[in-house]
Design a protein around this ligand. Structure first.
Ligand SMILES: [Zn+2]
Length: 139
């Protein structure tokens, strides 16, 4: 991210691609985000990151609660177990949905993943995997 900001490539799609290709060669691994996180990669892309986010958040045709939910996700204050633990309102950041799924299968609930916004919206969450997969494939 710092490289893109230093070179101003975040505003230019071609420059962004060149930076990504250069970084990919340097790292030798295409399965890692280029700028630290996948969110950072998305936010730095022209017409895909911040501009898309701004259009969505300012679109009055979209209900305020949907825009509010996205704002909370971007701000990192979605009331997940991870956030609630961080602010001292819960004792454990472990994913409650994964815990329920494991208990239903009779598996151990040790080593639960942190319940973050990203986790519960991914197929990596044992409690949400089916729902997320079906939504992803528009079934
Ligand atoms: Zn989970």
């Amino acid at each position: 991210m710092a490289t893109a900001l230093q070179h101003g490539t975040w505003m230019d799609e071609e420059g962004f691609k060149r930076t990504c290709i250069r970084e990919k060669k340097k790292r030798g691994d295409i399965h890692q985000p280029f700028y630290g996180t996948w969110v950072a990669d998305f936010m730095l892309r022209q017409d895909a990151g911040r501009s898309m986010l701004g259009k969505y958040l300012s679109d009055k045709k979209i209900s305020w609660w949907r825009r509010r939910r996205l704002g909370m996700a971007v701000a990192g204050n979605t009331p997940t177990a991870s956030f609630l633990t961080k602010i001292g309102k819960m004792q454990s950041a472990g994913c409650r949905l994964c815990k329920i799924a494991r208990e239903a299968r009779g598996d151990s609930t040790d080593g639960l993943a942190d319940e973050t916004h990203g986790h519960i919206n991914s197929a990596g969450c044992e409690g949400m995997a089916t729902t997320v997969t079906v939504a992803h494939h528009s079934i």
